[in-house]
Design a protein around this ligand. Structure first.
Ligand code: PBG
Length: 333
């Protein structure tokens, strides 16, 4: 005997609250707002000049003066913070990334200029060495090995110089062991008690970073891969141990990177530790959405907004995304 739908569902009909825009809004469980967005921007030397990034259509490298304009625009839109990534001239890159620790390097000049012109926006800087090394690795390379402790020394000095320039949050993306505690000690020692740390706690050895390496000019330089210091994409438990260590060492916030393929990690990290958790929707994720949209294969704008909301649903407090200004404009109506 074939049952009626009401007999099957016991009279429950989940579609009732989906019937109209007002009822869907009323029962929506998650919400994306401009307060959830962090905008990563790329820096180059020079003045009043931009460069296109072929694999990231719509994203440009900016000279410091234009980065200030971008930060002004972001602040006007209500975006809480920018994250800066420099494309360092090749002649300034070396095996230990020595330019990373110089007070007047590109990243620190940008921080000073943005702080002076746009005091209301947060500045997040990365203390990893990869933009500064001539081999494209995040640490110091010795005899084919990224040496942990010497890298930490150099990353700590970079972090202190970034704090001195006015960075609000140090976000080390290098995955060296012990770097969070070492950065915390050095920041405190140097009077930067108010500078916070956002740890790239679970950074995976991912192929989704490809376009970023073009953006900061490391793709042609990188020898080998980063599997000896980033996490294996197969692992979850290790990501939780890494997050626990970074929190014990003093990180205020943790990040999961990449984003979309790792939403399960976002959820596990948030549920396990209940601390501010961010995802980095990385360059390859951006490029995939843009490429499909450019071909007319997807509705780029809707996919962009859906992808960002998905991070909130997965438990994230915010997202680093190249879409930040576009999403902010849509959110503003
Ligand atoms: C390296 C770093 C990476 C990204 C930011 N800093 C990864 C890498 O080059 O290995 C990736 C960001 C992106 O893909 O958008 N410290």
């Amino acid at each position: 005997m074939r049952r009626s739908v009401d007999e099957i569902t016991g009279g429950k009909r989940l579609r009732r609250m989906r019937k109209a825009d007002w009822s869907r809004r009323l029962v929506a469980e998650n919400d994306l707002t401009v307060n959830d967005l962090i905008w990563p921007i790329f820096l180059i030397e020079g003045e009043n000049r931009t460069e296109q990034i072929a694999a990231m259509p719509g994203v440009e490298r900016l000279t410091v003066d234009l980065a200030v304009r971008a930060a002004e625009e972001a602040a006007k839109l209500g975006i809480p913070a920018v994250a800066t990534f420099p494309n360092i001239p090749i002649e300034k890159r070396d095996t230990t990334g020595s330019n990373a620790v110089e007070d007047d390097n590109l990243i620190n000049r940008a921080t000073r200029a943005i702080k002076a012109a746009v005091p209301g926006i947060g500045i997040i800087t990365d203390a990893a060495l990869d933009p500064f090394t001539d081999h494209g690795h995040d640490g110091v390379l010795r005899d084919g090995i990224i040496v942990n402790d010497e890298s930490v020394e150099q990353i700590v000095r970079a972090a202190v110089s970034q704090a001195a320039a006015g960075a609000d949050i140090i976000a080390p993306s290098d995955m060296m062991d012990g770097r969070i505690g070492a950065i915390r000690d050095a920041l405190d020692e140097n009077g930067f008690q108010d500078v916070a740390i956002m740890s790239y706690a679970t950074k995976y050895a991912s192929a989704f970073y490809g376009p970023y390496r073009e953006a900061i000019g490391t793709s042609g330089l990188l020898k080998g891969d980063k599997k000896t210091y980033y996490i294996d994409p197969a692992n979850t438990e290790e990501a939780l141990r890494e997050t626990e260590a970074d929190l014990q060492e003093g990180a205020e916030m943790v990040m999961v990177k990449p984003g979309m393929p790792y939403l399960d990690i976002c959820r596990r990290v948030k549920e396990t530790f209940q601390v501010p958790t961010f995802a980095y929707q990385v360059s390859g994720e951006y490029a995939m959405i843009e490429a499909a949209a450019a071909n007319g294969w997807i509705d780029g704008e809707r996919v962009m907004m859906e992808s960002l909301l998905a991070f909130k649903r997965a438990g994230c407090d915010g997202v680093l995304t190249y879409f930040a200004p576009r999403a902010a404009k849509i959110l503003a109506g």
